[in-house]
Design a binder for this molecule. Sequence first.
Ligand code: GLU
Length: 416
Amino acid sequence: MSENLNPFAIAQAQLDEAAAILQLDPDMHAFLREPMREFHFSIPVRMDDDSTKTFRGYRVQYNDARGPAKGGIRFHPDETIDTIRALAAWMTWKASVLDIPLGGGKGGIICNPRELSRGELERLSRGYMRAMARYVGGTQDVPAPDVNTNPQIMAWMLDEYELIVGHREPGVITGKPIELGGSQGRGPATALGGLITIRETAKLKGMDLKGMTCAIQGYGNVGSNAHQLAHDMFGLNVVAISDEFGGIYNVNGLDPAQTLPYSRRNGSLKGFPGSDVISNSDLLELDVDILIPAAIENQLTSANADRIKAKIIAELANGPTTPDADNILNAKGCYIIPDFLCNAGGVTVSYFEMVQNSYQFYWDEVLVQQRLDQKMTLAFHAVHNMAQAKNVDNRVAAYLVAVDRVAQAVRLRGWV
Ligand code: GLU
């Protein structure tokens, strides 16, 4: 039977496994299986040729028992409500496993931002915020960047919100430009958090990371920063990187000082001098020590898991590994740092951004990094200790830690 690749079905199946081990009350389990609130709306946008195109937008506030919903907004042509539901559920578990006082949410627009002019993109971003303005805010739901969105888009959304409410309220959205109340260190935060979990894994295993080989799938904000930091922090030998157009490979390593400006200049890594072409799927199967999926969901599935050779998989993407692939990889002894732990650095610094916005006093980058390190290290060991104590893999352990905390908050509120 072919595998079910619906991300929300996957997120629910993962929760079901944790609920059974936690012996979660069935009423609580049923409550946590579904999003608390969803918004589906149309965004009419005046296009440059004076026609009007209607886009579909979504926001899912999955659970806000521990604090306001938190999570990014994706712009993607293949966006579906079930993908956003899954991503919103994973945000809930992510904020909980990091023990930050936030719930989980996610939003998206079905669109291809590459086909939009800058003006169209701005009107679309403002339209999204107009539709959601009544339902977001520092005490309700706080959006942020995700796939194909960036600080400029956050700035337009912030401005639209503030025009509507009539006052400054930077904490309504995170991942903003520094000039508008963004946090130092937010850009590389997701990648840095992931590398901290790789560092802790290496400590546990007594490994020296210097010179170890690494492949990175995805070269957006997360993948490109991971390349830079893997090189700078640990001297990892990154032999392959890729973007949505394909990948490049060099057995002697790829220098971020060369590839980053090249990719920025050309809009892709294609044709980078002194490298071989490699497809996104072949990159995943390379014989490397560390594999970093940093693109989108469903990359490691039952179709390729038995050919994956990496010993450590650091999931900087959300949902890159399906449950069937999980079983195959765990049976092979592969050490997986699960997504909502590995990639939690972004939302953690988003939380720091909210804190700085609310007390109007800003931290320097060193302080942000120290506090991020502290949070990531603590969460990593909470998950590792749970995995040891219950004899389960890291993903299940992360669920046990996260779901238990959310369930306690729901119970204390008397909802279930
Ligand atoms: N989009 C990022 C994530 O998936 C960050 C979310 C945020 O900062 O709220 O974790």
